[in-house]
Ligand binder design. Structure first.
Ligand code: AMP
Length: 427
């Protein structure tokens, strides 16, 4: 077969049926869990006014380098738009727009877009699931949100996830820390990577995000934000840590964890999949963003949330050897040797009764149709030949067991199939 001229764009991929089944199962698991925790789903647009995302901080790489931006076609006043690189900003925009009562507990799922350098576990279109609690400063909200993420990993069977946690304090804390950090990094800037030197000039905190080899030693000796926390923020963080301990969620306090976006305050956290290569082992992260909604034109409102990367979670599951999904084989494949109209009627009837059924097309030979039936993985075949049609019967054949078959009357077909399937599943 010659290769198609067109390929999916760089950094994107097609998820084909076998793989897509795992995706659907995983996304459903998250939806069920979030509903069980009392969160409602928000479905927001895939693109927003560019300004919504600029509020995330123009010095952050996601905003300055990675956004897919475009203008609409309004000839007089074209609007600047961007494909969403994440969903917290959209949720906060939606909150500021609709002003629901608080606490507003919501979850979401969907693709995000970032113009990144593609590599294993890093794509230009990737899927996140996430949740937010808006309008609540109680550390119990932080604990609940982290618990939701943790239970999701657990529900998939993942056992090698590390929760890293830190507090970034408030705006003043960050200001004071930024100055101290800036002084420290500037003194050591000769040994930093060129990229980090550039970052240092714009936003010293971001340098701590660097995973570049030459920066690691300098970063590991950098002052930490913990020494700058106000007593209130220190207490808040302590309550979060105590709460996590009380619900049995293990965590590592990581004093230099600052996360990629600028809007975080107080609690920040990240989940690392220990079985993945370190460069892309972050399978989720989140934190408080107590100033973001105000920035987007809403009233001063606290918020906390997380986003988990589904592409990477599935890679982590693979690395841990987990089989995801609960897919069942097809119940029945209908083989029609009388022209095809019987197959149309019988598959419809079977599907209407809630069973899964498939058929072949094109009026092929019995050999060809049985081959397709076998390949379909169906448990049973229903065969209609001239003799069966004449007697108003069908043949029901066991495709996976001993290959036995029986004639059943057309009117009793559904009952006979139900009984055979019941027996198969009880074996
Ligand atoms: P972030 O908001 O950047 O921390 O993203 C949250 C999570 O989304 C990360 O922990 C990753 O699991 C996932 N993620 C972020 N960027 C990408 C990407 N380019 N490709 C795949 N997953 C990503």
């Amino acid at each position: 077969m010659s290769k198609s001229h067109y390929q999916s764009p760089r950094g994107t991929r097609d998820i084909l049926p076998e793989e897509a089944e795992k995706w659907r199962w995983t996304l459903n698991s998250f939806a069920e869990l979030a509903q069980r925790f009392g969160y409602g789903q928000v479905i927001s647009p895939m693109f927003e006014d560019l300004g919504v995302f600029l509020r995330l901080g123009e010095d952050t790489e996601v905003v300055s380098k990675e956004m897919f931006t475009f203008q609409d076609k309004d000839p007089k006043a074209p609007q600047d738009l961007a494909l969403r690189p994440e969903l917290t900003a959209s949720i906060c925009r939606a909150f500021a727009q609709h002003r629901p009562t608080t606490p507003w507990k919501v979850w979401y799922e969907g693709p995000q877009f970032r113009y990144e350098k593609p590599q294993a576990g890093r794509f230009r279109q990737f899927v996140q699931v996430g949740a937010e609690i808006i309008g609540e400063e109680d550390p119990a909200a932080d604990i609940e949100i982290i618990t939701l993420a943790w239970k999701f990993y657990e529900s998939l069977g993942l056992e090698h996830i590390t929760l890293l946690i830190n507090s970034l304090g408030n705006r003043e804390t960050r200001g004071a820390y930024n100055r101290e950090l800036s002084a420290y990094l500037s003194a050591a800037s000769g040994s930093l990577s060129a990229q980090s030197r550039e970052t240092l000039a714009k936003n010293p905190l971001r340098v701590l995000d660097s995973k570049r080899e030459e920066d690691l030693e300098i970063i590991s000796a950098a002052p930490t934000i913990q020494d700058f926390l106000s007593p209130e923020d220190g207490n808040h963080f302590e309550s979060v840590c105590d709460g996590l301990t009380s619900v049995g969620i293990p965590f590592v306090v990581s004093p230099r964890l600052v996360r990629g976006l600028d809007y975080y305050t107080r609690t920040t956290f990240e989940f690392a999949a220990d079985k993945l290569q370190t460069a892309q082992n972050a399978v989720g992260g989140g934190g408080r963003y107590d100033g973001l909604i105000e920035e987007l034109g809403g009233p001063p409102t606290q918020g906390i949330g997380f986003a988990l990367g589904v592409d990477r979670i599935l890679l982590a599951c693979e690395a841990e050897g987990l089989e995801l999904g609960d897919s069942k084989p097809l119940d029945v494949f209908v083989v029609d040797l009388t022209g095809g109209s019987q197959a149309t009627q019988i598959t419809n009837e079977i599907r209407d009764h809630g069973f899964s059924a498939d058929r072949s097309f094109g009026n092929r030979s019995i050999k060809a149709q049985m081959k397709v039936a076998d390949r379909s993985g169906a448990l049973f075949a229903i065969i209609v030949g001239d003799d069966e049609l004449e007697k108003n019967e069908v043949t029901l054949r066991d495709l996976r067991g001993d290959g036995s078959q029986e004639r059943v009357s057309r009117s009793n077909l559904v009952n006979a199939l139900a009984a055979s399937l019941k027996e198969r599943y009880s074996q």
